[in-house]
Each structure stands twice: as C-alpha cells, then as structure tokens.
Unconditional design. Structure first.
Length: 368
C-alpha cells in the first residue's frame, strides 16, 4: 500500500505541478483559453473574469500538486486535486463530444492535446486521485501543521509573483511559434514528407435542363453537350498545418507581410490587438517609440485587429496594418507587445513594460 501511495503521489503531484507551472509561464494564454470557452458556451459576461479564473486555476493546480508530491498538508492537497478531477473529468468529456475549442489548453502551449486526449488523460489520473482520496487519513505528514501552512503560503506567494512577472513582461519560456530567433518564413512552409491537405472536388454540369454532379475522374471534359454550372471542394484530410499560417498584414488593401519578411532593414512591429484599452499610456509610449524609429531609419508598423478610427489618439502618421486577432495573440503575449525583425528573423521581443528606451533601441540595432 505504501508503494501505491508513493506512486500515486508522484503521478498526481508531477502532473498538477507541471500543469500549473506551464499555465503560469503563459498566464495570458490561459486567459485567452478561458475567453474561448466562455464564447463557445455563450457565457460572454464571464470573459471579464478570465484573468481571475486563470490565476485561481494555476494556483490550485500547482499548490495541490506541491502538497501531494512533498507531503505538506497532503489531505488539503488531495481534497483540491479530487475536486479538480470531479469538475474537469466530466467537463472534458462534454468538450470531447462537442469540440467547441480544438485545443483544451490544459498544458498551455507547451503540449497540445485534443479534447479526447485530455479526457482520457483525466480518466487515467482519476485512478491515483481516487486512491489517495480513499487513503488520505492513513498518510501522515512529517511536518507540523503550523510549519506546513507557512510553507504552503510562502510557496503560493512566490508562485503568484512568478505568474505576474510573466504577465507583466513576457513568458520566461516562449512556447509560441514566434519565439526569439525564429526565421518566420521557415515556419510557414510544409516540410518535405508531411501530408498535404486533401480536397474532394465535385463538378456540376447541366444537360437538357437537368443538372448532374461529377467527380474529377468522370466529369465530361470533352463532351460539349454538357454545360458547366459550378464546382465545390470539400476538405477530406486537413494535412500538416505549418506552425505559422494566416500571416497577413493588410495595409491600404495590400498584404505587405512578404515585403516585411524580405526587408533587410530593421523592422519594429507593435502588436496592439485593441487601440482603445485601459492601458492607453503604453499605447502612446509605443507610438512615440515608433516615430523615433522612423526618424532613425528603422521601419515601424502597428498591427491591430481594429481600425484607425478606434484609436484613442491620432496615429495617422503611422502605418497601421490590419491583422487577424488570433495571429496577434500568437505573436506576442502582451498588449501592446513588440517584435524586432530583420531578414524575416525575430531578433527580440518585448512587452510594453520591457520595451527599451529609444537610445538603447538605437544602440541595439546598430550593434546587430
């Protein structure tokens, strides 16, 4: 029984600690995932509470896993893990059946699982969780209760501080496809040997007032008595999806993303999903940095899902590109955030809180 208890503690503890840490590394990604679920289930009023839910979930997973693994107030940890399993096991089953969001987000962007994989993962974890819950009274902690609560409290405070550091600045580990050092065009192509998307095409022809559907193999290509009406293509197999796709920057009706990627000059991209959030001071600071860049030979573009008319200040002197909001969320976990590019390679990434001063930015580009 001691061996089973020990193994169960290791399994539950490591999984929950890992899940909590990867979410805390990318807290904004966890917020986005909550927002996706609230939108899918028509719970949009709860979207404003996404950050609070993200913090509670990260902390609950990490502290409960820490408690179980290191046998510190282990009964408390077992109760939390069991409650989480009771909530998320049936929930992930519903998600697997309905598939409202393709990636569950249980391990952030570090490991992507489908909803069915997540459900089966929870089923596997349910066994050691139930075992520990049944035998919780038999597991004794070697640390006194007062010291245990103090240790858990200190650990929790340090964990929350770590989470807010990643939220204010950028994740200490960037799991996104747009990480520093990435050559963007290289992640936009399908490698040799990877499956391509497969489509089934149907042609509709008309003859003597009657329409008929044909496939690619039997359509009347040389029969002039048939008149072509329409064609339809249905995706049969998704194939390989490159890590970076839908990379489109629309400026004055033209996609300038290829031009930016091919530029030999330094380019600073300011990612601002919304042009009128509460953090308007950070936006204005970013705009001023952009104007400084343009005056000193560094290309500058504002990437946003909103139009210029929605900006809190006048930015008519800046180049504003329309970009899909999902792409913006994937590029940098900050709003606004900044990427320095050259020859299609991401040299640096900053949040609004860590953006270098103008002179430092100029010195940085001169050194490279």
């Amino acid at each position: 029984m001691k061996i089973i208890n020990y193994l169960s503690r290791i399994i539950i503890g490591l999984v929950f600690i890992f899940s909590g840490i990867v979410k805390a590394i990318d807290p904004l990604g966890t917020v986005y995932k909550f927002q996706d679920y609230f939108t899918a289930f028509n719970l949009t009023p709860l979207k404003d509470l996404s950050l609070l839910f993200a913090i509670i979930l990260c902390l609950a997973e990490f502290i409960s896993g820490f408690s179980v693994l290191f046998n510190i107030k282990i009964r408390f940890g077992i109760w939390i893990t069991m409650l989480l399993m009771i909530v998320f096991t049936p929930l992930t089953f519903v998600l697997a059946l309905t598939n409202p969001v393709s990636d569950c987000g249980c391990f952030g962007d570090a490991i992507h699982l489908t909803n069915w994989q997540t459900f089966f993962k929870n089923l596997i974890l349910l066994a050691p969780a139930i075992w520990l819950f049944i035998n919780r009274q038999k597991i004794k902690s070697p640390i006194a209760a007062a010291r245990s609560w103090s240790l858990l409290s200190i650990t929790g405070v340090c964990f929350i501080a770590f989470l807010f550091y990643n939220l204010r600045y950028l994740p200490v580990i960037d799991f996104l496809p747009y990480s520093t050092g990435t050559y963007i065009p290289g992640k936009m192509t399908i490698p040799e040997g990877k499956p391509l998307p497969e489509y089934e095409t149907t042609f509709i022809y008309e003859k003597e007032g009657q329409q008929k559907e044909f496939s690619l193999t039997d359509y009347p290509a040389n029969d002039t008595t048939w008149k072509f009406v329409d064609s339809r293509s249905v995706l049969v197999s998704k194939g390989y999806t490159p890590p970076i796709h839908d990379f489109v920057f629309t400026y004055e009706g033209t996609d300038i993303a290829p031009m930016i990627l091919a530029a030999e000059n330094y380019t600073l991209l300011m990612v601002a999903r919304k042009l009128n959030p509460g953090n308007s001071e950070a936006l204005v600071a970013g705009y001023n940095t952009g104007r400084f860049c343009m005056q000193n030979g560094i290309d500058f573009y504002v990437l946003s899902a909103q139009h210029e008319s929605e900006s809190v200040v006048d930015i008519s002197d800046l180049k504003l590109c329309g970009v899909d909001e999902i792409t913006l969320k994937t590029m940098v976990r900050s709003d606004p955030g900044f990427l320095l590019l050259k020859n299609g390679t991401i040299l640096h990434k900053w949040s609004w809180a860590s953006l270098p001063e103008n002179e430092e930015l100029l010195l940085l580009t001169n050194k490279n």
